[in-house]
Ligand binder design. Structure first.
Ligand SMILES: [Fe+2]
Length: 201
């Protein structure tokens, strides 16, 4: 494979390593969120035009690739280290590798850069927002609202596996009020509802 590192390349790699539809969709949902944060950060940095798109692509690629090895190598001894090694050998930017390592809280790598923090913050939340959409009668993420998400976060029986404290910590890492973090990720996933399978039945 030619060693280019576009969003499309990341999508191709994700599909090559991951056969399962739900893990693919998870990666794509996280990518929608990280991409939104990449765009916001690019604007904050005063970038313009194509620079913004390239910046956002870097963020999206980290989202697409962060669990790419999980299906084949789910143990904490291997995930995400096997994937990161592959990506390093194929010349993917160090910023992406660092973010992927930092999203696993047992890796010994802490979230430092804005991309690291955006990936950590998007990971659990993307799953939670998906769960919020799938319990709507329409199964459409267009019908999910921030107030409803906040309410569901307090309902311990709902989407039990999603760690609320990671969602809260993610907002903290980004320096955002929880509501704003929820709103940014919700809007990002709504904009890509069709490819995420969340545009309703
Ligand atoms: Fe993930």
């Amino acid at each position: 494979m030619a060693d280019t590192h576009t969003r499309r390349d990341a999508q191709t790699l994700l599909e090559a390593w991951t056969a399962g539809e739900s893990l693919r969709k998870h990666a794509m949902a996280v990518a929608a969120c990280t991409e939104a944060y990449g765009r916001l950060e690019a604007l904050r940095l005063g970038l313009s035009g194509d620079q913004i798109n390239q910046f956002a692509e870097l963020y999206a690629s980290a989202g697409l690739l962060h669990d790419m090895d999980y299906e084949r190598h789910p143990s904490p001894a291997e995930h995400p280290f096997v994937g990161v090694q592959y990506l390093r050998e194929h010349g993917w930017p160090e910023a992406i590798l660092h973010a992927i390592l930092a999203h696993a809280d047992y890796s010994g790598v802490e979230p430092e850069s804005h991309l690291d923090r955006a990936l950590f913050a998007s990971d659990e939340l993307a799953g939670f927002l998906t769960a919020c959409a799938l319990v709507k009668p329409t199964r459409s993420i267009a019908d999910v609202e921030v107030a409803g998400v906040k309410k569901k976060m307090k309902d311990k029986a709902f989407a039990r596996a999603v760690k609320r404290e990671d969602i809260v910590r993610g907002a903290d890492l980004l320096g955002l009020p929880l509501e704003e973090h929820l709103g940014i990720c919700l809007a990002a996933m709504q904009a890509r509802a069709a490819e995420l399978g969340l545009s309703g039945s």
